[in-house]
Write a protein that binds this ligand. Structure first.
Ligand SMILES: NC(=O)c1ccc[n+]([C@@H]2O[C@H](COP(=O)([O-])OP(=O)(O)OC[C@H]3O[C@@H](n4cnc5c(N)ncnc54)[C@H](OP(=O)(O)O)[C@@H]3O)[C@@H](O)[C@H]2O)c1
Ligand SMILES: *[C@@H]1O[C@H](CO)[C@@H](O)[C@H](O)[C@H]1NC(C)=O
Ligand SMILES: *[C@@H]1O[C@H](CO)[C@@H](O)[C@H](O)[C@H]1NC(C)=O
Ligand SMILES: *[C@@H]1O[C@H](CO)[C@@H](O)[C@H](O)[C@H]1NC(C)=O
Length: 338
């Protein structure tokens, strides 16, 4: 029974209800104790087994990480820098990213860290990035599609595409398509998705997603990331493609969601309250690092990783069968850039 509770996706709700019940019936110390016991289990469950791969040498390997200027992207970059990789920080804010690069250079001693401007919601900019990358590096060993945003209210890019969809999905789709011919043998594509993809119940109308007609688009972009992973894993024979859920982590993601002061306050209180259950940024980067460093033959192409281990997609993915539909839709929408 207890195991079921801590494995439930609704643990924050269950946890807080339990606490309220305790509060009504018992005293404060018991309440605090119960909270920390639950938090301990939830935290450990979210984190999963600890893997190290300390001795993997990525010397000479070329890695692109989108959104390496903050959050789990930054932590991933730091760890891969320790493993001697050549890392391209594909980011939109030069001065913020240069600070991160200099910090990582200093602690790891790795001097092969490069900033290259990439604004994912601007498709011309994505094409420009790929051109620059190809002329400077030529080949690509590992692509980590990590950047992402969440927004409380819809905004649009210059093509009038809903901004979260443009950034999290379409920009990455274009980036990946344009880089496909640079991939080396035994290369990897790692797509940072989210457990939120599991909210899917019925077929998505991709035009509505593009135009911002769904109340929530973040979950939709994460679902699309999973579909892209499945499509690429079927198409690419010398590349392994995986999607993953990094856990629930306090990063800049929600701070940047463009919300009101009241919402920000609620967010702060919520994160503070749940902090013992959420992962640290370092822990949040572990599943991405694990998929990057694990031996190539062990990585399952088309697989979904979570809590540092192989996991399963939502059952609806197979049933709804939208892999081809999304692939064609994306190619159609971005055909002028391909
Ligand atoms: N945090 C969680 O609990 C959680 C849970 C599940 C999945 N994820 C996923 O994890 C990934 C990383 O998120 P995070 O939590 O580490 O968030 P974060 O701290 O906000 O980092 C996001 C990164 O994406 C970059 N980015 C945003 N918009 C961009 C654009 N238009 N062009 C280029 N780069 C852009 C940001 O750049 P700036 O520094 O310039 O803003 C930043 O480097 C996302 O895909 C997110 O959906 C997070
Ligand atoms: C990185 O390179 C240095 C210098 O060549 C080497 O001493 C070190 O062992 C390498 N790190 C890893 C993780 O292989
Ligand atoms: C890409 O965006 C950056 C600013 O984020 C800008 O300096 C650069 O000129 C843009 N490139 C293209 C081709 O739009
Ligand atoms: C995302 O949430 C919206 C509700 O806001 C729902 O209509 C949609 O089906 C969800 N999509 C996914 C992929 O879970």
């Amino acid at each position: 029974m207890f195991n079921n509770i801590i494995q439930s996706k609704y643990y924050p709700i269950i946890g807080s209800s339990l606490i309220i019940l305790f509060y009504i019936h018992y005293s404060l110390p018991l309440l605090v104790l119960a909270y920390f016991i639950i938090a301990y289990f939830v935290h450990n469950y979210q984190r999963g087994p600890i893997r190290t791969y300390n001795s993997v040498n990525l010397e000479g390997k070329i890695v692109i990480i989108t959104g390496a200027s903050a959050g789990i992207g930054k932590e991933t970059a730091k760890r891969l820098a320790w493993q001697n990789a050549t890392i391209i920080f594909a980011c939109r804010d030069e001065s913020k990213t240069m600070k991160v690069i200099n910090e990582i250079k200093q602690v790891t001693g790795n001097s092969k860290l490069h900033y290259m401007n990439l604004q994912l919601d601007d498709y011309d900019n994505v094409s420009e990035f790929v051109k620059n990358f190809k002329s400077k590096f030529g080949v690509l060993d590992i692509l980590i599609n990590n950047a992402g945003i969440a927004q409380w209210w819809h905004k649009y890019n210059k093509n009038n595409h809903e901004l979260v969809f443009a950034t999290n999905y379409l920009g990455h789709f274009l980036l990946t398509r344009l880089l496909m011919d640079s991939l080396t043998k035994e290369s990897r594509i790692i797509i940072v998705s989210s457990v939120m993809h599991e909210l899917i119940r019925s077929k998505l109308n991709f035009n509505d997603v593009l135009n911002g007609k769904y109340l929530e688009n973040y979950n939709n972009t994460k679902y699309c990331g999973v579909l892209l992973c499945l499509k690429l894993s079927q198409m690419l024979k010398n590349t392994k493609v995986v999607a993953l859920h990094p856990g629930v982590i306090k990063t800049e993601l929600l701070d940047k969601a463009g919300n009101t002061i009241l919402l920000q306050l609620i967010q702060k209180i919520m994160f503070w309250f749940f902090r013992p259950m959420t992962l640290s940024v370092e822990e949040g980067a572990e599943t991405t690092i694990y998929c990057t460093l694990m031996p190539y033959r062990e990585l399952l192409s088309g697989g979904y990783y979570e809590k540092n281990r192989l996991s399963k997609y939502s059952k609806s993915i197979e049933k709804l069968n939208q892999v081809e539909e999304l692939w064609e839709f994306s190619n159609q929408i971005l055909k002028q850039y391909l």
